[in-house]
Write a protein that binds this ligand. Structure first.
Ligand code: HEM
Length: 427
């Protein structure tokens, strides 16, 4: 891969050329890497033999780039296990449920804005979705509401765009991070400019101080992370909540957690910024692509609208977590959007100890990158007939997910799967 075309398309070409093989080697810049095509081997790497592939393979210097180095996505080894198991209880359905009113409020602002501004002219769907997700994440993670619909250039939006956006400088840094990590280390490159980091850290500090001073709390992620910082853990609400947090914790054996855990201010800032980055781009892209597909397929749109109207009628017009759960067709639309356009494109693992690929004589050296091509698998006619067709029916069947395990991985799989996956249906 040379970055002359999008990584996903490049991998898709290799995937198609070697269809039928179990795995195939390729070069990522100067380094050999392995593309996995066989679902059985994918299962091994993500789940059964996870202990050989615990890392996402991203290394940032803790001194120069603490916000990234300490984020859950970049952590590895025991520190990742400790952080994952401590953050898991903040991402259960029960905890997300209590944030639905914040998201519903942002949704209401969105509707007001649309009804005032609707016209026959084309709208930039992505831009609209970005304003929605910025407000939703601002409210749920940072505890702020800037009403980006009315004020799209507010500081939070501007800084948020800079945080996730790509310019020439960021592009050069990305090339160095992927292909020349030793250069990044030597020159101590920072991924995020200091001014950006300072803005988000100061905002979080201000919100935390003000809650402490007033003694007031709010039902949001920030409050849960404050609880984690002060008490060392977030309590489960009931047995169901406890079970879910164990599943989200990523590994079954509780002894794997070291028991020692210190959640500093910097850890808190790093996770909040990480959640912003993970949610902002992924969720807004999904919303805009789903809207695009529904605009093209008006029959699907009418079916979804009829379901929404019916469920809201049964819930006194209130958009609650229970009401959302009943919108099963809408959920299938979300799943089909994630199938056709998986935001991550593929899953990355770095081999953390030498690994002999079962049934072969190929030995992967520690440090080798392994790629699971989610986009290619999810658009392979062998597994998803007529893949170009946007067809939510694929997911209407209750056992669809079971049948598609390791073929449909928009949120990853195994102990390192996306910890925020339960949020998307609520957004
Ligand atoms: C459309 C929405 C989203 C998609 C498609 C998505 C997808 C993904 C994928 C593919 C991974 C890597 C999984 C793997 O390697 O197996 C991931 C990891 C992660 N995601 Fe998401 N994500 C979404 C939204 C979110 C949100 C809203 C949050 C937080 C608020 C979040 C937090 C994370 C974190 C912290 C990780 C790293 C987990 C770890 O390494 O233990 N994501 N996500």
């Amino acid at each position: 891969m040379t970055l002359r075309e999008h990584r996903v398309h490049c991998l898709d070409k290799i995937y198609k050329k070697y269809s039928g093989e179990s795995f195939v080697g390729y070069y990522q810049g100067r380094d050999p890497a392995l593309l996995i095509l066989d679902p059985e081997l994918i299962k091994r790497i993500l789940v059964k033999d996870f202990s050989y592939f615990t890392s996402h393979g991203i290394e940032f210097d803790e001194e120069t780039d603490p916000m990234l180095a300490k984020s859950l996505f970049a952590l590895d080894g025991q520190r990742w296990r400790d952080m994952r198991s401590k953050l898991a209880p903040t991402f259960t359905t029960g905890k997300i449920k209590i944030m639905v009113p914040h998201m519903a409020e942002v949704g209401q602002n969105w509707l007001k804005f649309l009804s005032k501004n609707v016209s026959d002219e084309a709208v930039d769907l992505k831009e609209l979705a970005v304003t929605y997700t910025a407000d939703a994440i601002g409210s749920c993670v940072f505890g702020v509401n800037y009403n980006a619909f009315e004020n799209p250039n507010n500081t939070f939006m501007t800084m948020g765009r800079r945080l996730v956006g790509y310019d020439f400088k960021r592009g050069m840094k990305a090339i160095c991070v992927i292909f020349f990590p030793e250069v990044v280390k030597f020159f101590k490159f920072e991924w995020f400019d200091r001014s950006l980091v300072d803005f988000f850290c100061n905002l979080l500090k201000e919100m935390m101080d003000s809650r402490k001073k007033s003694g007031q709390t709010r039902k949001d992620f920030l409050q849960l992370m404050i609880e984690l910082k002060e008490k060392g853990s977030v309590a489960s609400d009931n047995a169901e909540d406890e079970k879910e947090s164990k599943e989200l914790g990523g590994f079954e054996d509780s002894q794997l957690s070291s028991g020692k855990f210190d959640f500093s201010d910097v850890d808190l800032y790093s996770q909040a910024i990480g959640f912003f980055v993970a949610g902002f781009e992924n969720s807004s892209t999904q919303i805009s692509l789903a809207c695009l597909e529904l605009a093209v397929e008006s029959e699907l749109q009418h079916r979804a609208q009829a379901e929404i109207d019916q469920v809201l009628k049964e819930h006194d017009g209130k958009l609650t977590a229970e009401a959302l759960k009943k919108m099963v067709y809408l959920e299938s639309i979300v799943q089909e959007t994630l199938r056709k356009y998986p935001p991550a494109g593929g899953l990355v693992r770095s081999c953390t100890k030498n690994y002999l690929i079962p049934g072969s004589n190929v030995r992967l050296e520690k440090g080798t990158t392994v790629m699971i091509p989610s986009y290619s698998l999810q658009n392979d006619p062998k597994y998803f007939p007529d893949p170009e067709r946007f067809d939510p029916e694929r997911f209407c069947n209750e056992d669809a997910h079971h049948k598609l395990q390791f073929l449909y991985t928009p949120f990853g799989d195994g102990p390192r799967h996306c910890i925020g996956l339960r949020i998307l249906p609520h957004i």
